[in-house]
Design a protein. Structure first.
Length: 454
């Protein structure tokens, strides 16, 4: 997207920071260093001498994005309603996740917080450097950050000319990804080549922290166990984990799903990236997912996108990379930190402050429960959607039964009155019988109609 004028960017900065640019910076370059759809970047120098970049939100971009998102919602609802795979692929939920991600990108103070956390996670790391944020100059639409210098990761020939090990870069890329996802549960979800640079010594530099991802504890654990089982070729365990996590329907036969996973996975196992066709692999995975009615997990879309970025980066840098050999030891170490006596002790230690606060209340609560039970005042409150639905169904069935009995009684009563013509007053055997029979017939028809709908 073409850049917007530098003087307009300067006005945005001055309005956001409440000072003229000359009072904030010792120097400011109006010509942008880079421009994207949501923001553009200018170089500057602080009064204290540090070289920085100034990221400025594109004016009016929020309105454009919200219009685009509304259109996406319309298309997603149509797809979910009229497309055969709509329910399984959950397009509305996917658009909802995308909307949250896009709106987060519009808040540069949130991006600054993301960068600060990622920098803290990799402080003094030999694998990854994250530039410093200058918080005094951060606002919702303006972000000032340390300027970095490095070789764009896409310039492979230049990296080789500098003597940087491609094997080391490939392995470090995999380790950085798994460290962010599993150790920190906070990963860079926009790792395309334009956001990654390399120092002469081989350390990565990351920029643009608008899109970051996290996982729930459950998804993180299931994902880790799935990957480890996959690395061990334990397809039975992979199938069981998919059922346990509700990623496929409960009634799925584990043996059939295990066989399907083995058929897709074995051809690529233990092969370097250069010999793997990920396009074909993904096609087979989608076919398997469709066969077993596997629903899309919208909360994992960002992670899947990042995995594809990592795969493309690895193929570009070091096609001979053995992804399985590189990733498996890391996953085994992480699993050991999550299970076993040491992990139990760690969780116990983390929960001690809360437990020590609540423990003194236990005797009083136990006495209250026992006292209420002894005096017949103990009540058990249990809510269940299934029980509520069953109760509603029983109530409706009772109403239909009462209606059927009442309708039948009225109809028979009307017929009985008509047979007594001459013995009773004409008004009763004529009009009365007709009204009773008609009311009874209508009530029976209503009950039958309601029964056909349920």
């Amino acid at each position: 997207m073409p850049p917007f004028p530098g003087d307009e960017a300067q006005r945005v900065i001055e309005q956001a920071l409440g000072q003229p640019v000359d009072e904030i910076f010792a120097g400011f370059e109006q010509n942008p260093l880079a421009s994207a759809s949501i923001a553009q970047v200018h170089t500057a120098r602080l009064k204290s001498g540090e070289e920085v970049v100034v990221k400025v939100l594109r004016p009016g971009i929020e309105k454009v994005i919200k219009q685009d998102v509304r259109l996406l919602y319309t298309l997603a609802r149509m797809a979910q309603r009229y497309w055969g795979d709509g329910k399984r692929l959950r397009p509305v939920d996917v658009v909802h996740e995308m909307e949250k991600t896009l709106l987060d990108e519009l808040d540069l103070s949130r991006e600054a917080a993301n960068a600060t956390l990622l920098r803290r996670n990799f402080l003094d790391s030999e694998m990854l450097y994250v530039p410093e944020v200058y918080w005094d100059h951060v606002r919702q639409n303006v972000l000032v950050m340390e300027r970095i210098y490095g070789i764009p990761v896409g310039q492979v020939d230049e990296l080789k000319r500098r003597g940087i090990s491609m094997k080391l870069l490939g392995e470090r890329g995999v380790e950085i990804f798994f460290t962010q996802v599993f150790r920190d549960n906070f990963f860079h979800a926009d790792m395309h080549p334009g956001n990654i640079f390399v120092e002469p010594g081989g350390r990565y530099i990351s920029v643009d922290f608008g899109i970051m991802g996290t996982l729930t504890t459950e998804d993180q654990r299931y994902l880790a166990e799935n990957l480890l089982a996959f690395f061990n070729r334990d397809y039975r365990r992979v199938a069981e984990l998919h059922v346990q996590s509700n990623w496929i329907p409960k009634g799925t036969r584990v043996e059939e799903f295990e066989a399907a996973i083995r058929t897709v996975s074995e051809p690529i196992f233990e092969k370097p990236l250069s010999e793997i066709s990920f396009g074909y692999f993904l096609l087979r995975l989608f076919q398997t997912a469709r066969r077993f009615n596997m629903e899309i997990q919208p909360q994992l879309v960002l992670l899947q996108k990042t995995l594809l970025n990592i795969e493309g980066l690895g193929r570009q840098l070091y096609p001979e990379l053995d992804l399985w050999t590189t990733a498996k030891p890391f996953m085994e170490r992480w699993i050991k930190t999550q299970v076993g006596p040491r992990a139990f002790a760690k969780r116990l230690k983390a929960g001690l402050p809360e437990a020590s606060e609540q423990l003194p209340e236990v005797p009083r609560l136990a006495y209250r429960v026992l006292n209420d039970a002894a005096n017949g005042r103990l009540e058990l409150q249990w809510q269940s959607r299934q029980l509520d639905a069953l109760r509603d169904e029983l109530r409706e069935a009772n109403r239909r039964t009462v209606g059927a009995v009442g309708g039948g009684s009225l109809l028979l009563g009307g017929i009985g009155l008509n047979t007594l013509a001459g013995a009773l007053p004409p008004l009763l055997t004529g009009w009365g019988a007709g009204i009773a029979a008609t009311a009874g017939l209508m009530l029976l028809l209503r009950v039958l109609w309601q029964s056909s709908r349920s």
